[in-house]
Design a protein around this ligand. Structure first.
Ligand code: FEO
Ligand code: CA
Ligand code: CA
Ligand code: CA
Length: 664
């Protein structure tokens, strides 16, 4: 979600934290003087990054020349396609020679008996059987090892009432004023959250939903779930509806996620604070905890109808969100499990890899300004021959938080109760406390405050790990450090980690900045795309990413818009190897107002699934609209373009015309 809740129209006044200011008030060092040292030694003098740095000062004319040069010779890029022209309009655009087909739109049937989508007659019952809103993470779980038949798993991160419901908005002084939601509308919102599991099949080169797929399922903000792992049953998770502290209701704000090596679906709970309202009772012991997480933000009106979202009535409910949720997709009746061993943060996602010793390593970003990067290492090894043996792997293991040093080394610090400062002296009385207040545990260990960590993706082909850091305009000059080297970092950057000895379970490693993002023709931005990158190829605000079967990196973005960059968000192919390192090319771009989520490649690299999230959320800055965008006056009616049909977030399947692997 762009700048998390800032794109949601707040029901009352704009709230103080609406733009996602950080909640990390710890005194962890920021190493203000380090930038010069680090960048003179590592970035400017080392191989391809020396070339990259030059791009920061080249003129647009030089970039045009690079454009022409690229047409004649790929200069060692691992990607072969003609890039899309960057820009803004109401449609999506895909590289020439590829199809981008709409696979699933908000409101499309997922379960048998789902009524046809009727935006004028939305009900919670209908929505709970239909594809939800604001698709974000996309995963593919092959059935019988096929790249052409499997389960698509999709998160539905949040809702945009001003785009979803007719008659809700007035424009006052050129600004959208949203009316109060009815209980029925809140119920639709709750059913539009969560996730979708749906069987899909490719026939004749085209993907289709299997309408009566036996695994098809909707998960919502009301789906019963179990709480498992070290914090399960802790007093801090108990509520009047669940005196055991082991049974949660629903999942919310599922941003990115993952698919485990044993074929379960991971849904990461991100900005959960927005759903809570009300005040804790005076002097309540959870007050410091909630302050660190920005709870409550009151962006949603759910507390008007459901007491569990009102802190004055259910003070512990926020402790039951912010977890990693695991879903057994092969049993549609199974209760999803909130795996507390992976900690409670504003989880972007949880991408995983099997290490040499068979243990499974999950990489996790906590998406808020000045928050941390984590990894979880399972205690037991993955058993590739017995799926059932892996089903509780996520309940025991060691969570670590990242400390990036100025010399290009790093440590993964264990978040283990009783070790170092994680003791009663600092308010941690058990491992449950460490996990529930994961952020405060990271503060105590001196973790490095990052520029909003989003997707963190291991690459099994080259052994590296890529960290998307989307932006942090609040970082001041005296707060820059080696791993977050730009003050007022508007465009974000990407860090590449090499774990020691190529061992993903290692507790130390090395890192360097792969890419500082933004327009390389504006020297002040300090972007470090290679000089081969064209005027279409650069991007800002990296968010999600994927590594395809060939080990190539694809980055999707959140926050490029007409005003900031003259371009929409999209999917970029980013070289990481050899002379082409830090070269980027635009493959797909989204319609106005949207953010690009997903992306995901099938194991045969012949399909890329991408999720177009919150299209039409904005349009004031685009001359094709130039005014607020809302249900009755949308900046785009993508993807149907029918006057009686609102804009609909949708998953798109990208394939090469005539078949074959993408971008080879
Ligand atoms: Fe939901 Fe971190 O983006
Ligand atoms: Ca984002
Ligand atoms: Ca995201
Ligand atoms: Ca990813």
């Amino acid at each position: 979600m762009n700048e998390h809740l800032s794109q949601r129209i707040f029901p009352t006044t704009q709230l103080e934290d609406a733009d996602g200011d950080g909640h990390n008030t710890s005194a962890n060092p920021t190493m203000g003087e380090i930038i010069g040292k680090r960048f003179s030694r590592r970035s400017f003098l080392q191989g391809s990054l020396a070339v990259s740095a030059i791009a920061a000062t080249v003129s647009p004319i030089a970039l045009m020349s690079a454009d022409e040069a690229r047409a004649a010779d790929n200069k060692g890029s691992a990607f072969n396609f003609s890039e899309v022209e960057a820009g803004v309009d109401d449609k999506h655009h895909i590289a020439e020679g590829y199809d981008a087909d709409i696979l699933l739109r908000w409101g499309d049937a997922v379960l048998p008996g789902a009524p046809q989508f009727d935006p004028a007659k939305q009900t919670a019952d209908a929505q709970s059987k239909q594809f939800g809103y604001n698709n974000d993470y996309v995963g593919f779980i092959p059935l019988e090892g096929s790249s052409e038949h499997g389960l698509l798993v999709v998160n539905h991160e949040y809702t945009n009432p001003h785009l979803m419901f007719p008659g809700l908005v007035q424009v006052v002084d050129g600004k959208i004023k949203q009316g109060a939601l009815s209980k029925e509308q809140v119920d639709v919102e709750m059913a539009a959250h969560g996730g979708t599991i749906v069987e899909i099949r490719k026939t004749g080169g085209k993907w289709q939903v299997v309408a009566d797929g036996k695994y098809n399922r909707r998960i919502t903000a009301n789906t019963p779930m179990e709480i498992t792992g070290p914090a399960a049953g802790n007093d801090r998770l108990k509520t009047s509806a669940d005196v055991t502290g082991t049974r949660a209701i629903g999942t919310i704000n599922n941003c990115a996620g993952g698919v485990t090596p044993w074929g379960t679906y991971i849904m990461a709970e991100e900005n959960f604070h927005g759903y809570f309202s009300g005040a804790l009772p005076e002097g309540h012991k959870e007050a410091p905890n909630y302050k660190r997480y920005g709870v409550p933000e009151g962006a949603y009106e759910w507390a008007n109808f459901y007491d569990r979202f009102d802190l004055s009535k259910e003070p512990n409910e926020p402790n039951r969100f912010g977890w990693i949720v695991e879903v057994d997709v092969m049993d549609p009746t199974s209760a999803p499990k909130k795996r507390t061993a992976l900690g409670r943060t504003k989880h972007e996602g949880a991408e995983s890899i099997v290490a040499k010793n068979g243990k499974v390593v999950f990489y996790l970003g906590d998406d808020e300004r000045f928050d941390y990067v984590y990894k979880f290492v399972t205690s037991a090894a993955f058993n590739p021959n017995d799926r059932a043996a892996n089903m509780n792997l996520l309940d025991s293991g060691t969570l670590h938080v990242a400390k990036f040093n100025e010399d290009g080394t790093m440590q993964w610090l264990p978040l283990v109760f009783g070790q170092g400062p994680l003791t009663a002296e600092n308010g941690f009385t058990s491992q449950a406390d460490v996990l529930i207040e994961c952020r405060r545990a990271g503060d105590a260990l001196g973790a490095t405050k990052m520029d909003r960590p989003e997707d963190v993706q291991p690459n099994s082909v080259n052994g590296k790990v890529y960290v998307m850091l989307t932006n942090n305009t609040r970082r001041k000059a005296d707060q820059v450090d080696a791993a977050n080297p730009r003050a007022e970092n508007a465009f974000g950057h990407i860090i590449e980690i090499s774990e020691n000895d190529g061992d993903f379970t290692a507790t130390s490693g090395k890192w360097e900045v792969l890419l500082k993002c933004g327009d390389p023709s504006v020297a002040a931005v300090g972007a470090t795309f290679s000089t081969e990158t064209t005027k279409n190829g650069w991007f800002g605000m990296p968010d999600n990413c994927a590594v395809d079967a060939a080990g190539r990196l694809w980055v999707s973005t959140d926050g490029n818009n007409n005003k900031a960059t003259g371009r929409t968000d999209g999917l970029w192919a980013v070289d990481t190897e050899g002379a082409a390192r830090a070269t980027s090319k635009l493959f797909f771009r989204v319609p106005v107002g949207a953010e690009m989520c997903g992306p995901l490649f099938t194991p045969d690299d012949e399909t890329a699934f991408v999720a177009v999230q919150h299209p039409a959320d904005g349009g004031e800055d685009w001359r094709g609209h130039g005014r607020p965008s809302y249900y009755e006056d949308l900046s785009t009616r993508w993807p149907d373009f029918k006057p009686d049909m609102p804009v609909r977030p949708a998953v798109v399947a990208i394939t090469k015309i005539g078949g074959g692997k993408i971008a080879v």
